[in-house]
Design a binder for this molecule. Sequence first.
Ligand SMILES: Cc1cc2nc3c(=O)[nH]c(=O)nc-3n(C[C@H](O)[C@H](O)[C@H](O)COP(=O)(O)O)c2cc1C
Length: 231
Amino acid sequence: MIRIERAVLLIGSAKREGESTSEALGSYLMARLSTLGVETTTFAVHRALRTPARTAALLETVDICDVFVLAFPLYVDTLPCLATRALETIAAHRNLTPSVRKPWFLAIANCGFPEAGHNDVALTICEQFAIAAKMRWAGGLALGAGGAVNGGAIRARGMTHNVARALDLTAAALAADQPAPADAITLMRKPLMPERLYTFMGNLGWHRMAQVNGVWRRLGNRPFTISNQSL
Ligand SMILES: Cc1cc2nc3c(=O)[nH]c(=O)nc-3n(C[C@H](O)[C@H](O)[C@H](O)COP(=O)(O)O)c2cc1C
């Protein structure tokens, strides 16, 4: 068992600070690790990759960490482009620069659809990254209905109680040089609310957004419909 001293969080969402579910999940985990005596550093992927100097800072920090966490939103069934680029850059760097450290790599994915299973392919890609980057796979935590969190705080009571518990268990395991426990993975996948309530709220939000943008009457438009004649 090695002493876990430093953890790095990379936020894979391009949303502004304080607005993404990825940040809410990742920050909660970092706060828990911090209370367990682990020093934490956070990067946002769009800022970290903006200049070579910032990218170098990310690579250097990951080089000396014991736990590397990527928290990201699901985009079209996979990782956002910048998150993929960051992982490719880190893997290439670690293969060029042999390091004695073999940090844990934990991935936290959240998606807009209610079912957590939509994240599974992306998390398998993350597991492949762990192998390519010579890290230890700590597991993938998958959250569905991420829009219900919408960047809000993760709390031990109410809608996010299972999420908080999953992250508490994961932090305790990582701090003890262990991967995310099976219970944490199962708890994170539990629905935040009944699926019908989530889709009802989502529809309400969609109509409200259309009203605000003055296009509510045009919601049924199909500008790209291909007529039978042109087939
Ligand atoms: C370009 C784009 C593609 C998306 N693709 C998917 C998808 O394939 N499946 C899904 O369930 N949600 C999808 N979503 C929804 C996001 O995963 C969801 O809103 C998530 O909670 C955003 O997380 P964040 O706040 O951390 O950015 C997509 C969102 C965007 C903007």
